[in-house]
Write a protein that binds this ligand. Structure first.
Ligand SMILES: [Zn+2]
Length: 392
């Protein structure tokens, strides 16, 4: 994405002032590395629309006092949206990362007209809100490319200009991101745990995902699809995968694969599901524990290669499957350590529990993180978090 497009600059200004507090046009120009004239041009419609307010002055080196720009009172929330194959969920999230009550609408994303329904639903949401919004963040199982066109095999979408469509319908800045990347950005902003500028965040569940945070930024790759850990081939002649290839890691340890394997091993009856597998593991079934131990081992084997490539400060495990991580952990730790040199075997691995509001916070954080992430301001995760807290 060209971060110097006017719409991106407006979004970046909103995000910067929203997270950092009032600042002058000169300061914004310096922080965002664009000319003062472009800042003036970008702020005018925002002030006219009532998104930004001119709020007092500060002395400026010798000349006239500089006017401070602030977010208009009340506009300190973002709408976090999650798109899944069968529903659209959304919640309002404030700058501190606190999510309000979530709403969810059943929707078949592959049905004709689904994209227009998403746009209409969000436009209605924005109009109906009693508080004003800074922007909209959407997290989805797919990848926006550099032009913002979204492609997702699981949603059946090919190069959809989703952000532009929603922006035209709502008048708000819109950020669309892969759901695992959104989670990694939220972790940089809000987690109470350690912050790492070089991190592998792995999600387990229906699919196996990975967000690569490198040098403080989420790395997206040339087409926005970096980090597809679940589609690394581990069995060249293995089972067919949803992605059209065969033998991907997901075909071994994704939810459906684990449930199938549990049936074959006699751990579950013929129609057993992944939820059933979790339940029998928790009830102390040795065969279920062995299966998760094996799954952990497969994940550890593959992840060790990424650790060799990227040398992360830590690894974070999350996703809806992480609630039974205790059963994955022994096999995972054993195999990860076995494939790492002795001086890397103390690699920190932490688990983030997957809460109901995790996705909403992740999606909304795209709006708050926008000045840092989109306009190329090079700041580490630690600094972004500090600025966010100072701005509250
Ligand atoms: Zn695959």
């Amino acid at each position: 994405m060209d971060a110097r497009q006017p719409d991106d600059l407006a979004a970046a200004l909103i995000g910067l002032i929203g997270t950092r507090g009032p600042l002058s046009r000169a300061e914004a120009s310096r922080l965002l590395k664009v000319s003062p004239a472009r800042i003036t041009q970008a702020t005018r419609p925002l002030v006219d629309a009532g998104v930004l307010t001119e709020s007092g002055t500060v002395p400026s080196g010798g000349g006239r006092p500089a006017i401070l720009l602030d977010i208009t009172n009340g506009r300190r929330r973002a709408l976090g949206v999650k798109v899944t194959p069968n529903h659209l969920a959304f919640a309002r999230v404030d700058l501190a990362g606190m999510a309000g009550e979530a709403s969810s609408i059943d929707m078949d994303m592959r049905a004709p007209g689904a994209i227009n329904r998403i746009v209409d639903t969000l436009a209605t949401q924005v109009r109906a809100g009693d508080e004003e919004l800074l922007g909209i963040g959407l997290a989805l199982p797919g990848s926006p490319d550099r032009n913002g066109l979204v492609t997702s095999a699981i949603l059946g979408w090919h190069r959809i200009p989703l952000a532009t469509m929603i922006m035209h319908a709502t008048g708000l800045p819109v950020f669309v991101e892969n759901d695992v990347n959104a989670l990694a950005i939220a972790a940089q902003l809000y987690d109470d745990g350690p912050v790492a500028d070089d991190r592998l965040l792995v999600t387990i569940g229906y699919g196996i995902g990975c967000a690569l945070t490198l040098d403080g930024h989420v790395y997206r790759g040339a087409h926005g699809s970096a980090g597809e850990l679940g589609h690394i081939v581990v069995q060249p002649n293995g089972e067919p995968c949803d992605c059209g290839l065969t033998g991907c890691l997901e075909t071994l340890i994704g939810d459906n694969a684990l449930a199938r394997r549990a049936v074959i091993l006699g751990v579950l009856p013929e129609d057993g599901t992944k939820d059933d597998l979790n339940a029998v593991a928790r009830a102390g079934h040795a065969g279920a524990a062995d299966l998760f131990d094996w799954a952990g081992q497969q994940l550890g084997d593959t992840l060790a290669s990424l650790v060799h490539l990227f040398d992360p400060e830590d690894v974070v495990i999350s996703g809806e499957g992480a609630d039974v991580w205790e059963f994955w952990e022994p096999g995972f730790t054993r195999s990860l350590r076995a494939h790492l040199p002795s001086h890397r075997r103390d690699l920190r691995v932490t688990v983030r529990n997957w809460g109901e509001d995790t996705w909403a916070r992740g999606a909304a954080s795209l709006v708050f993180a926008s000045p840092f992430d989109r306009v190329g301001v090079s700041l580490s995760g630690r600094r972004v978090r500090q600025m966010l807290r100072e701005g509250l």
